[in-house]
Ligand binder design. Structure first.
Ligand SMILES: NC(=O)c1ccc[n+]([C@@H]2O[C@H](COP(=O)([O-])OP(=O)(O)OC[C@H]3O[C@@H](n4cnc5c(N)ncnc54)[C@H](O)[C@@H]3O)[C@@H](O)[C@H]2O)c1
Length: 467
């Protein structure tokens, strides 16, 4: 029965699976076994350059920025980089395929400090001209998922540092392309995982580093966000790009907001690594049913057969034996939640709302006063330093401002960035690996090692060593 199940799914999705592991479909995969597919997923790719662990580039006194994609997220990039201050960063050029969107950001900058960036728009590859400019140090990317990798690779090849939105990539092959190109060009390629800069997440990281949790054993995290109205909106996402992924794919499509902070608590690729995962999706019903409620002239009106199960559960095992439950649900009417649960031999935390148990409090969480004491004692120095500015400038409670300030500040000082291309690849690759596991009946799938063995080295994160 199991074999029939697997074979049916396997044959149906052969081409899609081949694309996930970055290998040609057709003949090879019509004969390939599950083991071959899973083996292909974990196979290391040859390096074409030198590693970029702790990459140091000369200090850039004023970082010259080019921004691609100025929609919901990109206009925030522009607003917040502007808020970092022109002495630290100048926005030299902006690009969006839609002229009216580009003009909106241009007008914002003019009215708020007088920056006058060059504008690239009007054709799908205008962004290439932005990347070709020789007066840009850093290219930021906030475009639909399918555009992240081609844009990042091209910008890196033009000698630019890249900061790209989440997830960095959604095929294994694309994750390798990012790693190999960053190594070849010796440039930073950072995925902008803003949640790693949340007040609660930095505080937990600080406590984990200081030993409050003892030995870390397991974690639970998630992206649970009812996006149905936005997914079906004809105007919110450019060309409704996001629902097309839910229509065509099944797995964890957005893993990094939950997983990024947990990976940092656990020192993933800094002494531990993701070893393998198993993934299972629930029944898909939310999108089918919601599609009946939208206007009849909506392209997705009354459509059925969306592939993405309403809830995806992925379990990750780390090399040191820790486990992580990672969830993804964007279609159920329930409150937003990233869970942010961390367990160790000496303490336990869960988020939403944040509650902490330490030492002898096995059967209950710390009372308000004791909790506050831990909050103050282990407040992260970076957050403390930027607290007032973060409150003023906002962006998901200030985490977006702190992230962009920190990125610019590291480039100003010529110190390594907190997150490197290996983090972006290791956290994002959960998407194609979970798709593979789901399609093959929740089988275990090994992670590729983007660090090529370097993960074994215990390394302190920049945000801990040099906050
Ligand atoms: N980190 C976060 O908290 C967070 C929040 C929201 C979105 N995001 C990420 O940001 C990215 C963008 O999401 P969004 O909500 O802003 O979507 P969006 O549709 O609002 O924005 C995408 C923009 O890219 C532009 N674009 C499309 N093709 C282009 C091209 N060829 N050249 C130039 N511009 C092009 C579109 O016109 C649009 O303005 C996604 O990767 C998403 O996952 C991250």
């Amino acid at each position: 029965m199991k074999d029939n199940f697997n074979r049916r799914h396997f044959i149906k999705n052969t081409a899609a699976l081949a694309a996930l592991v970055g290998l040609p479909g057709g003949n090879i995969f019509s004969k390939a076994s599950h083991d071959e597919l899973i083996g292909a997923a974990a196979t290391p790719q040859p390096a074409v350059g030198k590693p970029v662990f702790g990459l140091k580039v000369p200090p850039i006194k004023q970082v010259r920025v080019g921004t691609i994609g100025l929609g919901n997220r990109g206009e925030e990039h522009v607003r917040l980089i502007n808020a970092v201050g022109q002495e630290k960063a100048k926005i030299v050029a902006i690009c969006d395929v839609r002229a009216e969107i580009a003009e909106k950001s241009k007008a914002f900058l003019k009215e708020n400090g007088g920056q006058q960036p060059a504008v690239y728009t009007g054709k799908p590859d205008a962004w290439k001209e932005l990347c070709q400019r020789d007066d840009i140090d850093l290219v930021t990317i906030a475009t639909p998922w399918e555009d992240h990798v081609p844009m990042a690779i091209y910008a890196l090849q033009q000698g630019k540092h890249v900061a790209m939105e989440v997830p960095a990539a959604y095929t294994i092959e694309d994750c390798w392309k990012l790693v190999n190109t960053a190594e070849e060009m010796q440039r930073n390629c950072m995925m902008l995982e803003n949640v790693c800069y949340g007040e609660e997440e930095l505080w937990l990281l600080n406590m984990a580093e200081s030993g409050v949790f003892g030995t870390l054993t397991y974690a639970e995290c998630a992206y649970i966000h009812d996006l149905r109205e936005l997914l079906f909106s004809k105007t919110y996402y450019y060309n409704m790009w996001r629902i097309r992924h839910n229509e065509a794919r099944d797995g964890n499509l957005y893993p990094t907001h939950g997983l990024g902070p947990v990976a940092q608590y656990m020192g993933i690729d800094h002494g531990d690594r993701f070893d393998y995962l198993v993934s299972m999706s629930s029944l898909q019903a939310g999108l089918d049913e919601y599609s009946r409620t939208v206007e009849a002239d909506n392209e997705f009106y009354n459509k059925t057969g969306y592939r993405h199960g309403d809830m995806n559960n992925t379990l990750i095992k780390t090399n040191r034996g820790r486990s992580i439950l990672l969830q993804h649900d964007v279609v159920t009417g329930r409150p937003y939640n990233r869970i942010n649960m961390l367990a160790g031999t000496k303490a336990f935390h869960k988020g939403y709302p944040s509650q902490l148990s330490v030492g002898g409090h096995g059967h209950g969480f710390l009372k308000e006063e004791e909790y506050k004491e831990f909050k103050e004692r282990y407040a992260h120095p970076l957050w403390k330093k930027l607290e007032a500015e973060a409150a003023k400038n906002g962006g998901h409670g200030g985490m977006d401002f702190v992230m962009l300030w920190r990125l610019i500040d590291c480039l100003n000082k010529g110190v390594p960035l907190d997150m490197d291309v290996y983090d972006g690849a290791s956290w994002s690759v959960v998407t194609p690996l979970s798709e593979l596991s789901v399609q093959l009946g929740s089988v275990p799938v090994k992670f590729p090692d983007f660090t090529r063995g370097y993960w074994k080295n215990e390394r302190k994160l920049g945000v801990i060593a040099n906050p």
